[in-house]
Every structure is written in C-alpha cells, then in structure tokens.
Design a protein around this ligand. Structure first.
Ligand code: HEC
Ligand code: HEC
Length: 440
C-alpha cells in the first residue's frame, strides 16, 4: 500500500494502515488505481476528515462487509462526540457506481427496456432529469399515479428511479460524498469552509498537484475535487463491483446451483410466487452485463416502524423517504413513503434489512412480502384493544401510495400467502448465492 508522501500525520498514518490491514485483503493495491482514485482511497479510510477525528467513510461502510455496516448496527452514531444517532440503515456501497442518476419518467416499454441498462437511462428521451427547481419536474411528479405498478402500465404513469441514498437525493457518487462529511450526525464538519480547511490540512499538496493549486483557494472547489476523488475510488476499485458471486459463476456456466438454490431462483422469478425479479432484476442486460438485482425504482412497501431508531421515539416523526424529511425537493404527497429498491447482491451478509432495519433476519424480510396483507397481525404490532396497527410507519394520508398491485403484495386478508415457509427458505438459499467472493 503506497501512501504517495501525503501529509497525513504519524499517528493517523498508523491508524489508517491498521484499518486497511484489518479491513479486507480484497481492497486492491493502490498501484491499480489512478492517482485521483488512490487519493480518494486514502480519504475513504481517513478519520481525520471528521469532526470527532474518529469516523471515516470505512467506519460505517466496512470493506470486510462489502462496504456495509458492522453486524448488528441498526443506525450508526456519529457527530463531534460520536453520540448522534442516524436515521437509516447503512447501505452497502458495492455496485453503487452503476446507479443511474435520479429521474422521474414514464413507466413504459422504453424505460422498462432501459431499466436493464444503468447509466443510459438519463439519456432516453422520455425520461426527465430531475432538478429541485425545475417546474417541469414538479409537473411530472404531480402526474405520478399513487401506485405505479409494473403491471399497471397506464400511459402517463410516472416513476422515480435512481440517485444515491434511500431517497435518491444525490445525483452521483461525487454529489453524494459531501453529504456524510457535512451531516451533523455523521462526520459533522460544520460547513463547506470548515470542511475545506480540514481537507487542505491533510490533502492540500496532492490535490494541488492533481487539480492545480488554484482550487485550494476556493473552498467549494476544494471540497468538490475531494468528493471527486472519493467517487473515483469507488468507481475504479474492483472491490466495489467484483461480480464474484456463485450466481455470477452460474450465469457464466461455471457453477451449478444446488436443488434448493435452483428452486429458490424459480420462486424468485415466478410472477405467481415471489415475483421478486420484477423489481430486483436478475437477468443479464441487453449488452450482457450481469444483473444488479434492482430496477432502481421507488416503491412504498410500508415496512413496520422500527422502535430501535431513536428518532422514532417521537410519534410525530416519520421517515417518508422520497418526500422527506432528509430529502426536501420532492414533497408532493404521491412521493411519501417511497424508498429506492436496493440491490440484493451481498444481502445475505447483512444483519439489518430495509431502510429502517426493522428486520434482522433475511427470512423474516422475505416473509414480510407475503404476510403484509394476508396475515397482517404477524407483521404489525397490535393496539391495546387487539386491533392490528397496519402500515404503522406511514401516516394514513399517504397509505394510497402503498404498493398493493405488484405480486406478492396484491393479496388480501385471509388469502393464502404467496410463499410457504419452506419456499421462503428456498428463496433465502438463492439469495445466499449472491454473496461475492465465492470459491468453487
Ligand atoms: C455515520 C455512518 C456513515 C459514514 C461515516 C458515511 N456513511 Fe455513507 N451512508 C450512511 C448511511 C446511513 C447512508 C444512507 C443514508 C440515507 O439514505 O439517507 C449512506 C449512504 C451512502 C451512499 C449511497 C448508497 C446508496 O445506497 O445509495 C454512498 C455512496 C455513501 N454513503 C458513501 C459514503 C462516503 C464516500 C463516505 C465518506 C465521505 C460515507 N459514506 C460516510 C452512513 C455513513
Ligand atoms: C414492487 C417492487 C419489489 C418487489 C416485487 C420486491 N421488492 Fe424487495 N425491495 C423493494 C424495495 C422498494 C425495497 C426497499 C424498501 C424499504 O426499505 O422501505 C426492497 C428491499 C428488499 C430487501 C432488503 C434489502 C436491504 O438491503 O435492506 C430484501 C431482502 C428484498 N427486498 C427481497 C425481496 C424478495 C425476496 C422479493 C420477492 C419475494 C422482493 N424483494 C420483491 C422492492 C421490491
């Protein structure tokens, strides 16, 4: 691991090296990366960029856990004193460089076809790039039907797709990087000038060499170039997109699924059973690129409220995803309760599931889909009088947004669940084939 003579002080260099060594051998050697990405890599592991001096990107996005959280963490604690709890579970950063930018556009044949080809989506003519100030985007959002079902295909059905975070509020990896550096409950730099000062202290020299010394006299540019370096690390380092799961080997004809895994795959795809592949795409795209297990679209699944999130102690607090509170530019009611469909690659290595981490077992997460409306008493808590508090994390005003059309979420109370417990286990066995680093 080459450190390129950066002015990281002695103590921190030792800590930095320790993290990398303890992290994962799979993070590639610096020599494979461009100079910018190498700098981004150092920043990624550098806790001195945080107000506490204790929190790097890797603190929450652990390389050994596919850049996801340490086991058992529902929300991380950050801030200057490392005691400010976050609001959402830490996503894995693997495969995130392949996320299309945030758009709102029609759900039609063109976008369905484009769905399988990330990064080209923003270029299809009928998809409107979203901008906070664009009246056009608001108009488009206003036409969005409450339930944008894949099966509905009503012309004029508008769907939100892509972007970074559970609510898509950042367009790209570069836009995203200043988010955690500035968030009061994460790395907690107070503002852009404070952050720029901190970046210059450790990285002024290499940043000047790479981008020209003039960027150092502009706080915004200093932060932007540091964010660019962080993004380049995630784009270039193969450890962020290894495509080395058993399922990748199976698609390449180099592995055979066990009987249970194969049965799980069948159920995952069957529109009358799991129907999971309708949103978590599992086939190579038109150009032959392996699937990312997400169509990047936003849905309101109405997962149960998680009392383990400190903010939820306030009954008036609701995380409404696309419509806020962390995102502030898509506040129309039709957007409330919608979250981005995550990749399922490496999902079996997670210990908390969904944006609020309400489930700690993968089987329970899968079971949610088939029991939500058929046996809601097994999903949601009950009031003192025994009434089931269905959809208890979404205010009544927004419950029209809940996806009740896509199977298996289309069933009614008393209907048989679309999957038996044994079939849920089969799907879990299949999901286990999506973990990278598989060896025959
Ligand atoms: C305190 C823990 C914490 C730290 C430190 C942190 N993150 Fe995150 N990261 C999160 C959480 C939580 C989310 C999801 C937040 C949301 O959706 O609102 C997230 C989301 C992301 C995403 C978007 C992923 C997706 O699924 O869309 C990227 C990319 C990312 N972080 C990169 C970084 C980088 C780069 C750094 C360092 C500059 C960093 N993170 C530091 C907790 C953290
Ligand atoms: C209508 C689209 C849709 C369908 C169908 C669907 N999902 Fe999802 N999935 C989502 C969305 C959206 C989320 C995130 C929801 C949230 O956090 O509020 C998600 C989240 C998940 C997660 C949690 C991942 C994580 O990182 O926390 C798992 C596991 C999962 N889905 C598995 C499945 C399985 C298995 C099926 C089939 C039984 C399925 N999904 C069907 C849209 C869908």
């Amino acid at each position: 691991m080459r450190r390129g003579g950066l002015s990281v002080n002695g103590r921190r260099t030792i800590a930095l090296a320790g993290i990398i060594l303890a992290g994962a051998a799979s993070v590639s050697a610096a020599d494979d990366l461009s100079a910018v990405a190498t700098l981004g890599k150092q920043m990624f592991f550098d806790a001195s960029l945080s107000a506490s001096g204790a929190m790097s990107c890797a603190f929450c996005h652990t390389p050994a856990n596919h850049y996801g959280p340490e086991p058992g963490i529902v929300v991380e604690q950050g801030g200057p004193g490392m005691d400010q709890p976050g609001f959402r579970t830490v996503p894995s950063l693997a495969y995130k460089s392949l996320t299309p930018t945030f758009t709102i556009g029609p759900e039609n044949a063109t976008s369905e076809a484009a769905e399988a080809i990330p990064m080209q989506v923003a270029e299809t003519s009928d998809v409107v790039p979203f901008s906070a100030t664009s009246a056009m985007a608001k108009l488009v959002a206003a036409n969005q039907a409450p339930t944008t079902a894949k099966t509905g295909n009503t012309s004029g059905n508008m769907v939100a797709r892509g972007g970074m975070f559970w609510d898509g509020r950042s367009q790209t990896l570069q836009d995203q990087a200043s988010g955690p550096l500035l968030a009061s409950f994460e790395m907690a730099n107070t503002d852009i000038p404070a952050l720029a000062t901190r970046i210059r202290a450790s990285y002024g020299k290499p940043l000047g060499q790479l981008f020209g010394d003039q960027i150092l006299s502009d706080d915004r540019m200093t932060v932007d170039e540091a964010a660019y370096a962080l993004a380049r690390f995630q784009v270039e380092d193969p450890s962020f997109h290894p495509f080395s799961s058993k399922y990748d080997a199976y698609l390449a004809g180099k592995a055979t699924l066990s009987a249970q895994e194969a049965q799980g795959l069948k159920l995952f795809e069957d529109p009358k059973k799991g129907n999971c592949a309708a949103c978590h795409l599992d086939k190579p795209d038109a150009t032959g690129k392996p699937p990312l297990f997400t169509d990047f679209e936003f849905e309101a699944l109405a997962v149960p409220r998680n009392p383990a999130i400190p903010a939820n102690a306030d009954p008036a607090y609701h995380d409404l995803g696309l419509c806020g509170p962390l995102r502030t530019d898509a506040t129309l009611a039709v957007n409330c309760g919608l979250f981005k469909t995550p990749t399922l690659r490496n999902v079996a290595t997670r210990s908390v599931f969904f944006h609020n981490g309400v489930y700690t077992k993968l089987a329970d997460t899968v079971r949610f889909y088939v029991l939500r409306d058929t046996q809601s008493d097994r999903i949601y808590p009950k009031a003192a009088d025994g009434t089931v508090l269905a959809y208890n994390d979404l205010p009544a005003a927004y419950r029209g947004n809940i996806d009740r059309v896509d199977a298996p979420l289309d069933r009614h109370p008393g209907d048989p669940p679309a999957l038996t417990d044994a079939e849920v286990d089969d799907i879990v066995a299949f999901l286990n084939t999506l973990t990278d680093g598989w060896h025959p």
